[in-house]
Design a protein around this ligand. Structure first.
Ligand code: 13P
Length: 250
């Protein structure tokens, strides 16, 4: 079933106390029944407490990354088993900040996807073109290649563990959003690309989120597009009122 999802990617923000404060505010302000599945992705060190805090709510917790290896001499890294051991079953992979600043290639991301799926985690698979790609009309090619090289090796049966998150790099943290029509055009292309390789069932059921400067004042219009199934929210997820307003826009 295609789900509506709004996920907050907190990136490297919020210490332990601030995490607790924001979670408390979200619990107080989010309606108990929402049209969207709601997720938050605090930093690694605050995941365990977030899981505890959210135990009796319908807010899910996601990690922002994992390492592809099961364990070993990888100083500073976190394994899927460690995440699962504190109750985290969702993970964001392939974020453009990981690709650009931490040199994650499609091959690295593909290996992480495999590890996450082996551990039966849900993957929020991020991808999206840079400004230069859009300016040169190469954006569809880039997006198709990121999907093919990072994700399309998975087995059909694993697609129920995949959420796609289209995040054009030029719209992330810039205040510049893709127009609702640009988002719809790309989301439709993404769904058709999935359809060509995996068929109607998978294409019609996969949720495709939009990310990039989603705010309370543009969420309704973006979410109203037929192939946009929700959002991956950065900056606006750090303020409870804004995030709740975005969730309520679905
Ligand atoms: P902003 O909402 O701050 O543009 O960030 C989007 C994002 O990168 C979510 O993963």
């Amino acid at each position: 079933m295609r789900k509506k999802i709004v996920a907050g990617n907190w990136k490297m923000h919020k210490n332990a106390e601030q995490t607790e404060d924001l979670l408390n505010e979200l619990i107080a302000k989010l309606p108990t029944e929402t049209n969207a599945h709601v997720m938050v992705a605090p930093t690694f060190v605050n995941l365990a407490s977030a899981v505890d805090h959210l135990e009796f709510t319908n807010i899910e917790v996601a990690a922002q990354n994992l390492h592809a290896a099961e364990g070993g001499a990888f100083t500073g890294e976190i394994s899927a088993d460690m995440l699962k051991s504190v109750g985290v079953t969702n993970v964001i992979l392939g974020h453009s900040e990981r690709r650009a600043m931490f040199h994650e290639t499609d091959a690295v991301i593909a290996a992480k996807v495999d590890t996450a799926l082996r551990h039966e985690m849900t993957v929020l698979f991020c991808f999206g073109e840079e400004l230069k790609d859009r300016q040169t009309g190469n954006h569809f090619n880039i997006v198709e290649n990121q999907l093919r090289d990072g994700l399309f090796h998975i087995e059909a049966k694993n697609w129920d563990k995949i959420v796609l998150a289209y995040e054009p790099v030029w719209a992330i943290g810039t205040g510049e959003t893709a127009s609702p029509d640009q988002a719809q055009e790309m989301h439709q292309f993404i769904r058709e690309t999935v359809r060509k390789s995996f068929g109607n069932d998978i294409a019609d059921n996969v949720s495709i989120l939009y990310g990039g400067s989603v705010k309370p004042d543009n969420a309704v219009e973006i979410f109203s597009k037929p192939d946009v199934d929700g959002g991956l929210i950065g900056g606006a997820a750090l303020k409870a009122d804004d995030f709740v307003a975005i969730v309520n826009s679905i």
